[in-house]
Structures are given as structure tokens and as C-alpha cells.
Design a protein around this ligand. Structure first.
Ligand code: KG4
Ligand code: ZN
Length: 405
């Protein structure tokens, strides 16, 4: 059978597949997949072509990015100091059609050149997820192509495979974003074991809240990092939560409270307002940012070391395993440098993908879609958006954990 007809077979079988069932035989033809990401405040569309591994070579093949468009809704949310779900969903509706056309133009393709459409189906904000997933369903129906519902965390988790360093599972993943802080053993592209998670705030959320307290604007992470570069990291002795605990979990709410207390102390007892930070001297704000970031760096280094021990136990055969960073907070240079050091000391190799791949994008969504399609998996048109969708469904809830998982 020729490659083209093999691909045709996979696509045709997917079209006829009963709803919500795995589809056809895997294909070994190049697959061109449109990806849509709308789970938070980025509206993103991408086109990715997955070329099969050459005969005799194992592996997922080579991914070629044909279009990569990200519209960040930062301006829409800046006045509120965080993402407003309703505003995000409306902005996705207003933007998506235009971005879909722009992505096809950028790729130099027409609808008939697309083999499948992949959209983030969760976890994330339900309004945004529905916008992206419903658009993908409409495209699947109108253009008679398979639909792939992608887990956003899986998309982040596999994004380092796109960076060209030769990263392949099994590897240890530190996923740190605005909504998630997890240490995961990526056993295979569809098998994950959670080794640690946050019992309260996500790390990106802690950066954003500290930035808000200091009146640094949104998103907070980059602003805190910039100011930290001019500050004294030893001035404030902020707590390092969960240090040396046997389980590899995280907690950031105590650290956030300590920052708030320091701000209020500096601002004076009369200034106990939400924005006590705006009345501080520039050097005080820089010192707070530097001390906060140092506490984060020390905590991450300790928790990652913990997970490395667990990972070695799970994969005793892995030689010089990869420690892989993903999620928006992985853009932080101080965190990258510290984890580089930890990796070297513990016999791991660090893979930190380019910042554009760390933050939310649709290339990573199209990538997971293409990998699934290549294995013959598709989703039915009745697939639902899932605001909560853990990578490791079997993971126990973390002790004292709130809603995050
Ligand atoms: O993965 P992402 O783009 O969106 C999701 O949350 O899924 O991550 C966004 C988060 C925000 O909380 C932002 O403040 C944080 O990543 N972030 C950073 C940096 N750049 C982005 N945090 C610390 N340092 C940075 N340089
Ligand atoms: Zn994300």
C-alpha cells in the first residue's frame, strides 16, 4: 500500500469511526494537523506536519512547524490583574476565525491539505475550552477530517520533544505554569505517573500574586524576574515550604503570605491595603522580588532532587535521564540556571525548550494530535471539554490539597 493511500485509509476510517472510540490502524504517511489552543488567555492556532521516522528507525518521527500563531490576551486582562474567564472566552470567539485563516495562509495550505484538527479539550477554563473544541468539531464536520481532543498538560509535557535535543520518554518533567505545578514521570507518550503536585497555589499563580501585591502588572512572572535582577536575594528570609519532605509535593501559599507581610511591614502599619506594594521604594520592591525568587529556586531545586530519586527507582535502566522543563514559569532564567546545576550534580541532563514553546501555544497541541493520529487514535464528535483532566488519573490526591491536582 502506498503512503498516500495508507493515510487515506486512516482518515477514512476515522471519519466512519463510532463516536468516542479509538479509530483505525496507525499510519506511516506524513500527517498535517491543525492545532487550536484556547484553554486560558492565549488564542493560538498552528499547523504541524509529522513526518514518519525513516524505515528501521524507532521513534515518533520529525515534526515540522508550518504555522504558529499566538495572540496573547494580556491587554484584555491587564486591568484586572489576572485572567477573567468570561472576557477570555469572548476574546477567543472574536479572534479564532481570523487566526485560523492566518494560520492556513502562513502554512501556504488550503483546508483540503489538512489531515486532522486537534484542540485542547482540558484542563482549563470551561468557556475557552468550549470555544476551541466546538470550532474544531465544526471544522471536522465541514471538512470531513478526524477530530483529536488534546490534554493541555500532555501538550506541555511532550513539547520538549519538539525542541530538537533528542528528548524521548522516559523522562522527568517539571511542569510549572499559571495553573499547574507538577513533577511527572513521563514513562511513554501516553503514560504518566505524577510524583508531586502543589497542595495550594500553582507557582505561576504565586508569581502573579506577588506581582499584583507589588503593583507590577500582569502577567507577573516576567516582571518579578526583571526586578529581581536588581535586588538583594538575601535581604528577606522567606520560607522554603516543604523542604526535605519525603513526598515530592509543593506549597506556595505560606511563601506568598510571608511576602505580603513583608510588604505591609515596609509600607507601615497605616498602609495595610491591597496595594501596599505601590508605596514602596523601588529598591525594596526589587529586594522582595529577588528574595521571593530565591525562595522559589531553593524550593524547586529541593523538590526536583526528591523526584529524581523517585524517578531513578522507577527507571533504574535510564542512563543520564532527561529533566525536562515545561510551562510558562520555565521561561525564568534563574530557575533554569539552578535546575541546570541540580541536573549536573545528580547525573541528569536538562532540557529547557525555547520560551515560545514553554508558554501556551498551539504547536504543542497539533503535535499531540499528530502523535495520536499516527497511532490510529481519534475522538468522536461527542467528546466533551474537561475543566479538570489530570495526566495521571490514578494519582492519589495530595495531602491537604485543595482543588488543584
Ligand atoms: O503555561 P502558561 O503560558 O499558561 C498556563 O498557565 O497554562 O504559563 C503562564 C504563567 C503565568 O503565571 C506567568 O506569570 C508565568 O507563567 N511566567 C513566569 C515567567 N514567564 C511567565 N513566571 C516566572 N518567570 C517568568 N519569566
Ligand atoms: Zn499552559
Amino acid at each position: 500500500m502506498t503512503k498516500a493511500s495508507e493515510k487515506g485509509r486512516a482518515v477514512a476510517a476515522a471519519e466512519q469511526a463510532p463516536l468516542s472510540s479509538p479509530a483505525s490502524a496507525p499510519t506511516s504517511a506524513p500527517l498535517t494537523v491543525l492545532g487550536i489552543e484556547t484553554s486560558c488567555d492565549e488564542t493560538a492556532v498552528a499547523v504541524l506536519r509529522l513526518h514518519p521516522a525513516p524505515p528501521g528507525e524507532d521513534g515518533p518521527g520529525r515534526a515540522e512547524v508550518l504555522a504558529d500563531i499566538v495572540y496573547s490576551q494580556v491587554k484584555e486582562h491587564a486591568a484586572f490583574g489576572g485572567v477573567v474567564p468570561e472576557i477570555a472566552a469572548r476574546a477567543h470567539v472574536a479572534l479564532l476565525d481570523r487566526l485560523l485563516r492566518a494560520a492556513l495562509d502562513e502554512a501556504g495550505l488550503r483546508w483540503r491539505d489538512i489531515d486532522a484538527v486537534a484542540a485542547t479539550a482540558g484542563p482549563g477554563l470551561i468557556g475557552g475550552l468550549l470555544v476551541g473544541l466546538m470550532s474544531a468539531k465544526a471544522i471536522a464536520l465541514a471538512h470531513r477530517v478526524p477530530l483529536l481532543a488534546v490534554n493541555h498538560l500532555q501538550a506541555h509535557a511532550l513539547s520538549p520533544m519538539l525542541a530538537g535535543a533528542g528528548v524521548r520518554p522516559p523522562y522527568l518533567l517539571l511542569l510549572v505554569s499559571g495553573g499547574h505545578t507538577q513533577l511527572i514521570s513521563v514513562d511513554d507518550i501516553d503514560r504518566y505517573r505524577r510524583l508531586g503536585t502543589t497542595i495550594d497555589d500553582a507557582l505561576g499563580e504565586a508569581f502573579d500574586k506577588v506581582a499584583k501585591m507589588l503593583d507590577l502588572g500582569y502577567p507577573g512572572g516576567p516582571a518579578v524576574e526583571r526586578l529581581a535582577a536588581q535586588g538583594d536575594a538575601a535581604r528577606f528570609d522567606f520560607p522554603r515550604p516543604m523542604l526535605r519532605r519525603e513526598e515530592c509535593h509543593f506549597s506556595f501559599s505560606g511563601l506568598k503570605t510571608a511576602v505580603r507581610t513583608a510588604i505591609l511591614d515596609l509600607a507601615g502599619s497605616g498602609a495595610a491595603t491591597q496595594n501596599g506594594g505601590s508605596s514602596l521604594r523601588e529598591q525594596d520592591r526589587a529586594d522582595i522580588c529577588a528574595s521571593f525568587q530565591q525562595a522559589v529556586v531553593d524550593t524547586l531545586a529541593d523538590r526536583v532532587r526528591c523526584a529524581m530519586g523517585r524517578f531513578r527507582g522507577l527507571h533504574p535502566q535510564a542512563r543520564q535521564p532527561w529533566l525536562v522543563l515545561a510551562g510558562g514559569v520555565a521561561a525564568n532564567a534563574a530557575i533554569r540556571a539552578a535546575l541546570e546545576e541540580v541536573a549536573r550534580a545528580e547525573g541528569f541532563r536538562l532540557a529547557a525548550p525555547p520560551v515560545r514553546l514553554c508558554t501556551d501555544n498551539a504547536v504543542m497541541v497539533a503535535h499531540v494530535g499528530a502523535l495520536k493520529l499516527a497511532r490510529g487514535e481519534v475522538d468522536g464528535l461527542d467528546v466533551s471539554a474537561r475543566p479538570r483532566w489530570p495526566l495521571d488519573e490514578a494519582a492519589e490526591p495530595a495531602p491537604f490539597a485543595g482543588v488543584k491536582g
